[in-house]
Design a protein around this ligand. Structure first.
Ligand code: GLN
Length: 532
């Protein structure tokens, strides 16, 4: 295809309807027809990135290989499509204003007044088109965060309106809305969807395709009625009902020809058959998995979205190991030596979760001790790895006061510490080791067994590091450092070889697991959990 095409995905009626999943599903279906695609998200909030946002506000912060802290929807994009996103794939109002204001300070507007229209909208448009300029992609899917009607979303929708006008047949709008079921009346109601489309039309935007999210089957008549009232062709109104797994969404969308109608809107003849065999194989394995495993997630939050990528990686690895995973969120605050068995004794495996700040860390240390001494397969991720190191220092090396300098600046053994060059940094945003780094694995280690090679790349998001001067004492006492950054010499992986599978990693393996390529470390963890 010589001209890059643009698909815009907006949402109405309510948030959390799964715009990210629909965008990712469109991506998967176009890939399955051999097209080159990428997906980007525009978030209307003013933060530059979600890096400083509390997980209660915004769920997990996803990290791209090039070290950008992004919205968790980018995780869905990668898991569904295997494409690698970058900082160019997640733009916020904060980033847009930052570049416009910087240009204004540099005198770039030549004395003119700088305004939302056209200056902010022009900057939004420039960014929306940016990934398409290299000619690398056939389709750019752009998800607009938030809901139609939000004040902060207006400049983005105005930018989409202008682009649709300028690009003509090279732009298509997909709008996702909600059809509630009113139990008292026993009826599904399409009025909110009609209003949402009216709201869009009031902004000058006519959706080409509607996806109606509902808890129950809508029926052809209802879909056609919505199309009729919203100026959308009959077969371009598609339903998306609740499914046992989000990974079924592309299949259900394909059955209703979502990809076919989008291609038609671009004037593209659909003469290919989508290759979804691997995807269907995954879904069928998931459905037919025979065993069930119980995995505890020991973390600060008992909130699904805070550990989204970890949950997805666990479920992918379980699926490929013929099992279903039952996750148990265990809030680490309140865990004590006296009650830990209550929480962990029935578990087949434990993940000690990433996190920031002191709260809940003592409970995580108690959990790590229990797992190590009871030989429960355990994966420590980032802070989780640091916790394994602190626990080992306290209980095996006998350094009672060992800690991370993040938790206790006055501890006598800072087994986890800031590197010298980081100590002068005081800003919260942008002071972390972020993105993909290389790691050399020791042959014969559990990590090496998992990856099957010595050089790997995984993504990081942390400030503190294993304190290398203590390494000989740890190794001598039975905690091996089996993954090392070849450039800096920093310790990236620790293991206790005496245990069945007790592995802590400074990086976040959960950012690279996808449906078709599950992360090797999660695969190894699950394999060890089910090993007799
Ligand atoms: N708080 C720790 C650090 O900054 C761990 C961060 C994490 O778990 N992502 O190093």
């Amino acid at each position: 295809m010589n001209q890059t095409k643009y698909i815009f995905v907006t949402g109405g009626v309510a948030s959390s309807l799964g715009k990210g999943i629909i965008s990712a599903s469109i991506g998967r279906l176009l890939l399955a027809r051999g097209y080159k695609i990428t997906i980007q998200k525009f978030d209307p909030y003013i933060n530059i990135d979600p890096g400083t946002l509390n997980p209660y506000e915004h769920g997990e912060c996803y990290v791209t290989a090039d070290g950008c802290e992004t919205d968790l929807d980018l995780g869905h994009y990668e898991r569904f499509t295997d494409i690698r996103t970058t900082s160019a794939n997640n733009i916020t109002t904060g980033k847009i204003y930052q570049s416009v204001i910087q240009r204004e300070r540099e005198g770039g507007y030549l004395g003119r007044t700088v305004q939302v229209v056209p200056n902010i909208t022009d900057e939004i448009k420039r960014r929306m088109l940016q990934l398409g300029t290299a000619g690398e992609y056939d389709f750019i899917i752009t998800e607009i965060g938030g809901t139609v009607g939000d004040i902060e979303g207006l400049p983005f929708l105005e930018a989409v309106r202008q682009l649709k006008w300028e690009l003509g047949h090279d732009a298509v709008c997909v709008h996702l809305t909600y059809v509630p079921y009113i139990a008292a009346a026993g009826e599904l109601k399409t009025k909110p969807s009609q209003h949402s489309v009216k709201e869009l039309q009031g902004l000058g935007l006519q959706p080409d395709v509607l996806v109606l999210r509902a808890e129950r089957e809508l029926g052809r008549g209802m879909l056609e009625k919505v199309g009729h009232f919203c100026n959308v062709e009959k077969d371009c109104v598609i339903q998306s009902i609740d499914l046992p797994t989000i990974y079924e969404v592309p299949i259900r969308m394909a059955e209703q020809n979502l990809d076919v109608v989008i291609l038609r809107k671009f004037g593209i003849k659909c003469d290919t058959t989508p290759d979804l065999d691997d995807w269907r194989d995954f879904i069928s394995r998931r459905e037919h998995a025979r065993k069930e495993i119980n995995i505890a997630l020991v973390g600060k939050y008992d909130l699904q979205d805070a550990y989204k990528s970890i949950l997805e990686c666990l479920s992918q690895a379980a699926t490929y190991n013929d099992c279903r995973v039952k996750t148990h969120f265990i809030q680490s605050e309140g865990l004590l030596r006296s009650n830990i068995a209550e929480y962990l004794s029935g578990m087949d495996g434990v993940v000690i979760c990433p996190g920031f700040g002191q709260r809940g860390t003592e409970g995580k240390i108690v959990a790590a001790e229990y797992c190590r001494t009871h030989d429960i397969p355990t994966l420590g991720i980032c802070l989780g790895m640091q916790i394994m190191v602190i626990e080992f220092a306290r209980n095996v090396l006998g350094w009672k006061n060992a800690n991370s300098s993040e938790m206790d600046p006055s501890a006598s053994y800072h087994v986890i510490d800031l590197m010298k060059e980081q100590k002068s940094v005081t800003l919260m945003g942008g002071s972390m080791r972020l993105g993909a780094y290389s790691c050399e694995l020791s042959v014969g280690s559990k990590a090496y067994d998992a990856y099957g090679r010595t050089n790997i790349q995984e993504r990081h998001r942390h400030r503190y590091e294993f304190s290398s001067p203590y390494r000989p004492q740890f190794e001598q006492a039975g905690m091996s450092c089996t993954g090392i950054n070849p450039d800096s010499g920093l310790v990236e992986i620790v293991e206790v070889p005496a245990c069945r599978w007790y592995v802590g990693v400074q990086f976040h393996p959960e950012y690279t697991g996808t449906v078709l390529n599950p992360n090797p470390l999660f695969m190894a963890f699950v394999k060890n959990v089910i090993a007799e």
